[in-house]
Design a protein around this ligand. Structure first.
Ligand code: NAD
Ligand code: TYD
Length: 381
């Protein structure tokens, strides 16, 4: 299909989802393609090391789904796509997303996360302002992270497991939508900067923007450089589990499909120019979650329980390692009725099972084969 001869009128909405070949993006694309057959979903992804179309094989033939390999920094390309597909919504997930990489290579993070977001904003602005109805019915939804808020103290060392009423007890000991930005890593600094540009486009031009800041996600299709999939794979192959520092840092974990559901809800019902925090009220110290992952992998593989505990290897701490993240998502619950649907125990069981059942996916990713395949495929075009 060429860009020129597309019938754009048959769809109720035309939405670009950026970063749709990545971890969270693939869940969002799948949800939208299946739930809204009358929407055209344009998955725009550069296919960096983190992008993998194998994450979406189940929907690739659907008539309301299109994949476009493009860089969000390619302003002219984005402009062209906006016009050709009459795009009325953007859900922006494309980003460099791994803190350790940002420590080694901050420029790539500034380029994609800051300049790429600006390029999307400007392309959307020019196209939407050229339409007779202007910004009416349009949405620019930017997906961000709780890491922009900085780090919290360790005040409840046992953590809070799926306790949605925790905010009533602990009050201000969470990130709220009003918490001052205080990013520490190059990753979080680049995301904070992109959030500011999104707000600036609302405040300056009246663009209908929404931002959400979410806690750590886990689930199927996550690139195995992040804690949970990396450790599942290492346990399976009995490789060392590199725990940074003392393993006492705390993260608030949310099952990825619950994040995708929140994105769907907020895209349709969220208030323009507003911010919503999304989290699981599910805090775990790294070392505790690692023990749960070891037990689950060992049980599902029929190994003796705790057999692999000795794989834990304490290594030098991450530079500037944020101590604790914890989101208060009360606003989202009160205003739009969202809350996590899965208890952590069920989510982690599903996740471990998925990685163990999809060893081909894991092997393909860890060997780098998936990238060679796409490089060849797209260079031939
Ligand atoms: P990911 O690294 O798995 O996927 C990122 C995707 O973006 C990949 O498909 C990649 O190919 C694509 N991409 C990267 N640079 C691009 C560019 N220049 N142009 C076009 N596409 C490009 O990331 P993820 O974990 O799925 O995170 C998605 C979004 O959610 C990010 O914006 C991230 O900041 C945010 N977020 C992630 C988490 C988490 O726990 N993973 C939590 C909160 C927020
Ligand atoms: P990660 O999955 O990289 O997410 P983020 O840094 O965005 O929170 O890391 C989650 C936590 O696990 C974080 O505190 C760093 C720690 N960690 C390790 O201890 N070892 C590892 O090999 C990795 C990847 C992370």
């Amino acid at each position: 299909m060429t860009l020129k001869n597309i019938d754009i009128m048959e769809f109720k909405r035309n939405i670009i989802i950026t970063g749709g070949a990545g971890f969270i993006g693939s869940h969002v694309v799948r949800l939208f393609v299946n739930k809204y057959p009358d929407y055209r979903i344009i998955n725009l992804d550069k296919l960096t090391y983190a992008g993998n179309l194998a994450n979406l094989v189940d929907i690739e033939g659907k008539p309301n789904y299109i994949f476009v390999k493009a860089d969000i920094c390619d302003f002219e390309k984005i402009r062209e796509l906006m016009t050709v597909y009459h795009v009325d919504g953007i859900i922006h997930l494309a980003a460099e997303s791994h803190v350790d990489r940002s420590i080694r290579d901050p420029f790539t993070f500034a380029r994609t996360n800051v300049l790429g977001t600006l390029s999307l904003l400007q392309a959307a602005k020019l196209y939407w302002e050229s339409q007779s109805e202007g910004y009416e019915g349009k949405r620019f939804y930017h997906i961000s992270t709780d890491e922009v808020y900085g780090a919290l103290e360790l005040t409840h060392p046992k953590g809070l497991k799926n306790d949605i009423s925790a905010h009533e007890v602990y009050g201000d000991d969470f990130f709220h939508e009003t918490t001052k930005y205080n990013p520490h890593s190059p990753y979080s600094a680049s995301k904070a900067s992109s959030d500011h540009f999104v707000r600036a486009f609302h405040d300056t031009y009246g663009m209908p923007t929404i931002i959400t800041n979410c806690s750590n996600n886990y689930g199927p299709y996550q690139f195995p450089e992040k804690l949970i999939p990396l450790f599942i794979n290492n346990i399976r192959h009995r490789k060392p589990l590199p725990v940074y520092g003392k393993g006492e840092n705390v993260r608030d974990w949310l099952y990825v499909e619950d994040h995708a559901r929140a994105i769907d809800l907020i895209f349709h019902k969220g208030r323009i120019a507003d911010t919503y925090n999304i989290g699981g009220f599910n805090e775990w110290k790294n070392i505790d979650i690692i023990k749960v992952v070891i037990d689950t992998v060992d049980r599902l593989l029929g190994r003796e329980l705790g057999e692999d505990i000795n794989l834990i290897t304490y290594v030098t701490d991450r530079k500037g390692h944020d101590l604790r993240y914890a989101i208060d998502s009360t606003k989202l619950k009160t205003e739009l009725g969202w809350q996590p649907s899965l208890q952590f125990e069920e989510g982690i069981e599903r996740t471990v099972r998925w990685y163990l059942d999809n060893q081909d996916w894991m092997d393909n990713v860890t060997s780098g084969n998936y990238q060679r395949y796409y490089d060849e495929m797209y260079n031939k075009r």
